[in-house]
Design a protein around this ligand. Structure first.
Ligand SMILES: Cc1cc2nc3c(=O)[nH]c(=O)nc-3n(C[C@H](O)[C@H](O)[C@H](O)COP(=O)(O)O)c2cc1C
Length: 225
């Protein structure tokens, strides 16, 4: 019998959680998670990017400002481009499936624009998680550094999972880089990558029943030669 695969077990258990209890995350635990995340490899060991915890009045002010901007429909130029425009058909189908999984979990129909907007706005409140993080990267770094930072980000999500915490990365924050910088007192050299919500999952929150699938191995792995 093969030994239990600790990594696969952890990776399977992690899902994006968008409903949290009020239980606080001890500061020491958060710091340990971040130290673990920083063990991620990076090209030339550059270790790009920063994680900034946002608390108290700063968090409230930022959330209010982003929610208001979202409701007003005001747009900012993003610091980096996440998605291709237009989205190729096969990726669009995956995007739609993920959105459907989320909205189905809370009973929001596809044509219910108001309901979807309301859920989307929760991004800007970090889903009311006890820990709100903003992830930044130094301006001017290349695609390789985004890859490095992504590995650290996944490390953080898995480290959190291993300690019984739940998480959701929040790319929606990248829509308002100017607001984020202004509220956090950051200069233009800090590019806004995403947010992260961390805390203990609310087992009763329907949104946490969201489950996504993955493409088969054959769709992303092949052997040549
Ligand atoms: C960098 C990044 C940004 C994301 N941004 C958002 C977001 O803004 N809002 C959201 O609800 N989920 C967001 N997600 C969660 C994805 O939708 C989710 O990871 C994907 O659908 C797969 O589902 P799973 O995490 O439950 O396995 C983000 C995930 C990543 C890695």
């Amino acid at each position: 019998m093969t030994a239990p695969d600790a990594f696969a077990t952890l990776a399977r258990a992690r899902t994006s959680v968008r409903g949290f209890t009020d239980q606080l995350v001890p500061d020491d635990m958060l710091r340990e998670l971040l130290v673990s995340a920083r063990l991620a490899p990076s090209g030339a060991n550059l270790q790009p990017g920063s994680f900034i915890q946002v608390r108290g009045a700063v968090r409230e002010g930022l959330s209010q400002a982003m929610s208001a901007a979202y409701r007003d429909g005001s747009a900012e130029a993003e610091d980096y481009s996440y998605f291709p425009d237009p989205m190729p058909g096969h990726l669009r189908r995956r995007q739609v499936a993920a959105a459907r999984a989320l909205y189905d979990s809370i009973g929001i129909a596809r044509e219910d624009r108001g309901g979807r907007d309301q859920q989307f706005e929760r991004n800007f409140r970090f889903f009311d998680a006890p820990v709100a993080l903003v992830v930044t990267i130094e301006r001017g770094l290349g695609s390789g550094s985004f890859m490095d930072l992504g590995m650290a980000l996944y490390g953080l999500l898995l480290a959190a999972q291993s300690r019984g915490l739940a998480s959701c990365a929040i790319g929606a924050l990248a829509s308002y880089p100017g607001l984020v910088r202004a509220h956090l007192g950051l200069g233009p050299e800090a590019h806004i990558v995403c947010g992260v919500a961390l805390g203990y999952a609310d087992a009763d929150a329907p949104v946490n029943r969201t489950r996504t699938s993955r493409v088969d191995l054959d769709a992303f792995f092949r052997v040549v030669g």
